[in-house]
Design a protein around this ligand. Sequence first.
Ligand code: LRH
Length: 472
Amino acid sequence: VTGGVVAAVDLGATSGRVMLGFVGDGELRLEPVARFPNGPVEGPDGALHWDFSALYRHVVEGLRDAVARERGIASVGIDSWAVDYGLVSGGEVQGEPFHYRDDRTVRGVEQVHAAVPFDELYRRNGLQFLPFNTLYQFVTERGLADADAALLVPDLVAFLLTGAVVAERTNASTTGLVDVTSGLWDVELAESLGIPASVLAPLVEPGAHLGTLSGAARERIGAALDVVAVGSHDTASAVVAVPLSSPDAAYISCGTWGLVGVELDEPVVSDAAREANFTNEGGVDGRVRFLHNVTGLWLLSEAVRTWEAEDGAAIDLPALLADAASVDADVALFDANDPRLSAPGDMPARIAAVLEESGAPVPATRAAFARTIVESIAQAFAGAVATAGRLTDRDIDVIHIVGGGSLNRLLCQATADRSGLPVLAGPVEATALGNVLVQARAHGWYGPDATLETLRAAVADAFPPARFTPRS
Ligand code: LRH
């Protein structure tokens, strides 16, 4: 292994970060440079948007700080949450991108399914039904016909940094417009939905050189950094850095969402997979992420946000979770994936309504509430792991949890208990690590033949996971 330093820009739905990644002989290390909040904002149109302008400003400032700290940065890689996009015309980004939790997608779903029934869609794109998959958003988008390109968030950042107009393949797979078998844009599907194929940018693979910082970005950041494509879907990057310890391992990439599944070489688009709502997302090196989206820490972070608003003060999450750990585990459960819990709002009241409807008691304290949320998420995780095993004919023998959720010991233990399987937790920054590793490999630092297994072995060495054994 030779080595060097790269920068990773990782934008999550609740926070973004810029990190430096140091790769060398026996070394794999991250150093945080900038961290900034993210979340839905209501636009002047009354719809939910992202404050993309602010995010981009944070990215530029973060990269400027990274350059000030470390002169020898070999490249930058960008990843973010999936499905959302910005329109580009005349070289400018048009307005703030819609947030995937905006309810305009209700119309989009009706419109798309009227034209192409869901079972046909699934055969073509292999994606589980999520109301916000990009194609449902596109059909409600007025500006599409006049746009030169519709770029997913990481591609939009890369465009502003370098001028390159591309669609990185792993994230493109979440639009619903990529053919699950060929891996190419399904132009026929797009056109049958009235989506102009001209807005779909040329596909590129993770590891491709995208360009060099140019114009205002170069001036503000203060260096001519190269931008390299990574698995720009955050989940694709996270799964690169799962230190898979068995061929029959399942993974859970747990942040705002819990992405629960297995890695495959070929997609599975059977009736059973469709009915279980399992997705086939494009992974790095042509691997397939066969998984189900479970609503993850969103439930907890929205509840905490509500309580903080009530109190007018910040809540100490580790203290709340410690209190939750001393509540009896036999709490009432609710379906973490209930669609009524997906929009921003008063989460405790909504969960209480869902519990009451099923005749279950509503927790009396915040600690008990937090416990109900964590146990309900763990229950959904265990169910999705079992389904992944059934659909792929695998005897799942271990669950890896990576991402922010891997620090939540209560959640890790509850997942082990409810699945009856050992849980290996960590690394917490799997997404940034996967971003760094794909760049490092593109620079040849892991040798000419490095596979994902080579990269995962480096992760396992540098970040030995914490083990949670199921209690009977
Ligand atoms: C996780 C994630 C997930 C998508 C969702 C929109 O951050 O990318 O994989 O389904 O956001």
